[in-house]
Ligand binder design. Structure first.
Ligand SMILES: [Zn+2]
Length: 442
């Protein structure tokens, strides 16, 4: 009750309608494929009409290409629009080309993403986009064995670099308290801090746990390795932000005695997909986004709700596979079944050969004797492959890794396989598993 009241108050304050959209998404969850396509198409046309009139880049694009809204007859015609990458959208933010002239009508808030290139991307998020993102998350929570925001306790392992004012801090603390959540910062996680968090979470006694996948894995690993007597158990674990390997998922589920529900979004579009109770991939929030893939399985994402700064056919740098076959949960929403990794981490060898970072993700995905890995690539003379082996790691495993790397990279590639105790985090608390130092001299 207190949560409902608080949310209503917060929604008034922020001019959002998350709870209303959440009710709407519960209905559209039952839509057929035809209904969803029709729904998406209508939203797309509405957004295009807005862009054609109010967003300088699209005003010019429609004019230059002599395009009219009537040329868009089905969702397939989305292909008439250009694919836009991160670099382009960053430039268009600066020169205003991608900002709606009437942006104020959409109550935008300013946001920025960290970005793996180290240069943050600035963006505006209109209220409708915030409603669908928030509501999409609430619907995904429904799939997690009955988790209802505010009704049960939730521990959150999260990184947050935002500089906050005193007022924001107070508002955030109040929000956490009223929604029964407790926040644990996952910056600079070390064994000491994990031990401290483990004790604190045990005392808090939450039914659910949510956070960065690798941080949650570290917590599970701590519990496993240290034979802790007071074990953490949850009804469900929600992982996000980092790719979770099967081996990590197995350990989390074994230690915490529950299922893992992965969720996917990016800094520009926070809610893209979430895993249902059938655990056969993550259902795309199709009411909010259209996710296409190109021939390399790179995602091309259209946010149907951000009228302040439209992200249409945006390549966010992630890749994966999309399927639309039957799911036991009854939803027909397409699913991301194989979120592989980030394209940004592509390694280009001296001879021009391109090694996608997914090579390492796939190599280590099912190696049960490797707990975690991180690759630092410098040049053909230097590459560090750091792994945390478990006790069963044998000479044959080492040989297997070395053979696979040589087979893929070629014999001219020098590399070192290092056994390490921990994997380094980025300053923002996220963990990057492939680091390419392109300009660094060895
Ligand atoms: Zn499902």
């Amino acid at each position: 009750m207190k949560t409902q009241l608080f949310y209503s108050f917060l929604e008034k304050l922020r001019s959002t309608k998350i709870l209303k959209v959440y009710e709407h998404l519960k209905e559209t969850a039952r839509y057929s494929r035809e209904q969803l396509d029709y729904y998406q198409f209508n939203k797309l046309i509405k957004l295009l009409e807005h862009c054609k009139t109010n967003v300088p880049f699209y005003v010019n694009f429609f004019r230059k290409n002599n395009l009219s809204i009537h040329d868009f007859k089905s969702l397939k015609d989305l292909k008439y629009l250009p694919v836009i990458d991160k670099k382009t959208i960053r430039e268009m933010y600066v020169n205003g080309q991608i900002i709606s002239r009437n942006k104020k009508e959409f109550n935008p808030i300013h946001n920025q993403t960290g970005g793996s290139t180290g240069i943050p991307l600035q963006l505006l998020v209109g209220s409708q986009a915030r409603d669908f993102q928030g509501a999409g998350i609430l619907r995904y929570y429904d799939w997690m064995d009955g988790y209802c925001l505010g009704q049960q306790k939730l521990a959150v392992l999260w990184g947050d670099m935002r500089v906050r004012s005193i007022n924001q801090k107070i508002s955030d603390s109040l929000k956490l308290y009223l929604t029964n959540r407790r926040y644990y910062s996952c910056f600079s996680l070390d064994k000491h801090l994990i031990e401290k968090y483990h004790k604190s979470i045990f005392k808090f006694n939450p039914e659910f746990l949510r956070g960065y996948a690798f941080s949650i894995y570290l917590l599970a690993q701590y519990q496993c390795d240290n034979a802790v007597s007071r074990k953490l158990k949850f009804k469900a674990v929600s992982t996000t932000t980092e790719k979770i390997t099967q081996q990590q998922r197995n350990l989390i589920e074994k230690e915490f005695g529950c299922k893992t529900f992965d969720q996917y979004g990016c800094g520009e579009i926070l809610m893209i997909a979430g895993e249902c109770a059938a655990h056969k991939g993550m259902h795309v929030t199709e009411e909010h986004v259209i996710v296409e893939t190109d021939k390399n399985n790179e995602f091309i994402i259209t946010d149907l709700d951000n009228y302040a700064m439209p992200f249409m056919r945006y390549k966010n740098g992630d890749l994966g596979k999309i399927v639309d076959d039957f799911c036991e949960c009854g939803m027909v929403h397409k699913r991301i079944v194989d979120l592989i990794g980030r394209v940004d981490d592509t390694i280009i060898l001296e001879d021009g050969k391109i090694i996608n970072s997914s090579f390492f993700a796939v190599l280590f995905e099912y190696m049960t004797t490797v707990k975690a890995f991180q690759v630092n690539y410098y040049s053909f003379k230097k590459m560090d492959v750091n792994i945390i082996p478990d006790n069963a790691f044998a000479a044959k495993d080492k040989k297997y890794i070395e053979d696979k790397i040589l087979m893929t990279f070629g014999s001219q590639q020098s590399f070192t396989l290092n056994f390490v105790d921990e994997i380094k985090q980025n300053p923002n608390g996220k963990t990057k598993f492939i680091n390419v130092f392109k300009h660094e001299q060895e």
